[in-house]
Design a protein around this ligand. Structure first.
Ligand code: RUB
Length: 326
């Protein structure tokens, strides 16, 4: 039966935590979504293969509908649900669980490999400017530090959610000296840094990089000052649907993230816009670092075709329950 009442509690909980940004960042969201599909497979008491598949599709829809911009989420769901094999519920369950385990291992491997490749961009004494918190970008910095490279970091706060604080804490743990700055100070610091390093939520076929709001303006400034703009993004961030002309949807988040009730009461009735991501055109990006090597943004399409071909179907995408149903 394809309804929300068959959703495993782990699926509901994961979906809620992604929507609330307790689970955040494209790679972490992908990992959590795949894990939740595994939980759905384990919890299912479906008695027929078609009922089992319908439950997984419903779980995938619920997870998919949480946040629209990071393509790692549908890519993870597609990876787990495409090519599951079996004639019985038990075989299908095992197949899902194998695919979840492989997906998660591959995700870890990819990040490690990408980190080693990205680390090669840094030399002793370099200062790196970061934006938001990206585990792919951190993997490059971690690998560099592990290899003995002396780095410093200028970390942007990244309003409104201050993900820069997570980056600052992680860099402190690595003994990298950190200077935290407000977002508006970034331009001024570009003369003091050697690299701009950020992650990505989605990369389009033309090499445009969709990442946390503020990336695009920062990349323009960095380019103007001759600071290389490096995007660390494992291949799960490549958006296969953009091969066929689809646009990446930019998430608009709640006004309360920008203006709390007290401030609103003080200012009066105004509109607040809170786009969570923006699009950096390929001409402002020097390199995209993936687990398959570094690419000029314009050539990332070759990798995209190689990895995804034209397989962009979403087996879960018929209408079905959302978080608020059931
Ligand atoms: C996070 C963000 C990160 C990318 C890459 O936005 O924009 O730069 O997701 O992260 P939010 P990672 O905090 O709104 O999810 O490299 O960890 O996948």
């Amino acid at each position: 039966m394809d309804d929300a009442s068959n959703l495993a509690p782990e699926v509901r909980e994961t979906a809620q935590r992604i929507a609330d940004m307790e689970i955040r960042g494209a790679a972490t969201i992908a990992d959590a979504a795949a894990t939740a599909l595994g939980a759905q497979a384990a919890a299912s008491d479906a008695t027929t293969p078609s009922a089992f598949r319908a439950e997984l599709d419903a779980a995938a829809r619920t997870l998919h509908d949480t946040r629209p911009t990071a393509v790692s989420l549908p890519n993870a769901l597609r990876y787990v649900l495409n090519d599951i094999e079996g004639d019985t519920v038990a075989e299908l369950r095992q197949s899902v669980q194998r695919r979840v385990a492989t997906f998660r291992d591959d995700l870890d491997d990819a990040q490690e490999r990408l980190g080693r490749i990205g680390a090669g961009r840094f030399t002793d004494g370099d200062t790196v400017l970061t934006h938001c918190h990206s585990t792919d970008a951190m993997a490059c910095l971690e690998a560099a530090v592990e290899a003995g490279t002396d780095l410093e970091a200028v970390v942007k706060e990244t309003r409104p959610r201050n993900q820069g604080h997570i980056t600052a804490r992680r860099l402190r743990e690595l003994d990298v000296p950190v200077t935290l700055i407000v977002d508006n100070a970034a331009h001024q610091f570009l003369d003091d840094v050697d690299h701009l390093l950020c992650g990505a939520d989605s990369i389009a076929a033309d090499g445009s990089v969709v990442n946390k709001i503020g990336t695009a303006g920062l990349a323009v400034s960095a380019r103007d000052r001759g600071v290389p703009v490096v995007v660390a993004a494992q291949s799960i961030k490549l958006h296969p649907k953009t091969l066929t002309g689809a646009a990446v949807k930019i998430e608009q988040r709640a006004a309360e993230e920008v203006l709390d009730e007290e401030a609103r009461a003080d200012i009066g009735d105004i509109d607040v816009a809170n786009p969570a991501f923006d699009v950096t055109p390929p001409r402002h990006v020097d390199a995209i670092v993936t687990e398959h090597g570094q690419f000029p943004p314009e050539s990332v399409v070759v990798l995209m075709r190689e990895l995804f071909g034209e397989r962009v179907e979403e087996p879960w995408s018929d209408s079905g329950p959302s978080l608020n149903d059931g």
